[in-house]
Write a protein that binds this ligand. Structure first.
Ligand SMILES: [Fe+2]
Ligand SMILES: [Fe+2]
Length: 135
């Protein structure tokens, strides 16, 4: 069974963003599966690198629309993105230098952060983006 599942109640009603969120869910599931299967450090590092890069791409997509449409909550939303990237990059560095292992609490942090961020912060721009013609 997958570690986490995307469902329509996580939909922000913007197809491009929903598809990126599903991609992030897939990364977290891949990481969980690789850990359970006892994959080596290099295989895990590759997924972690992919996750960080993809999260950056995804955040850049949302932020592009914030800037384009003059979204009122741009500042606080960008701060949340930056804090996540900082935290995951720190973990990635610790993982790469061997001072931190991938663990269930770390996977749970990734999952919970993503679900919470989508449900609380991303959901707030849903109607605003739709009004600007993005769906
Ligand atoms: Fe998002
Ligand atoms: Fe976001």
């Amino acid at each position: 069974m997958a570690f986490m599942k995307w469902s329509t109640n996580l939909s922000v009603n913007v197809a491009e963003v929903d598809s990126q969120h599903q991609h992030l869910v897939n990364f977290i599931n891949d990481l969980s599966a690789a850990m359970k299967e006892g994959k080596g450090k290099d295989a895990l590092a590759e997924i972690i690198t992919g996750l960080v890069l993809y999260a950056k791409t995804h955040f850049a997509t949302e932020e592009k629309y914030f800037d384009k449409f003059g979204y009122p909550e741009t500042f606080s939303h960008k701060q949340e993105h930056n804090m996540f990237i900082e935290k995951v990059t720190e973990f990635k560095n610790d993982f790469d230098n061997g001072s931190q292992l991938l663990s269930v609490p770390i996977l749970s942090f990734l999952r919970d952060w993503l679900v919470n961020h989508i449900n609380v912060s991303d959901m707030k721009y849903s109607g605003f983006f739709n009004e600007k013609g993005l769906s």
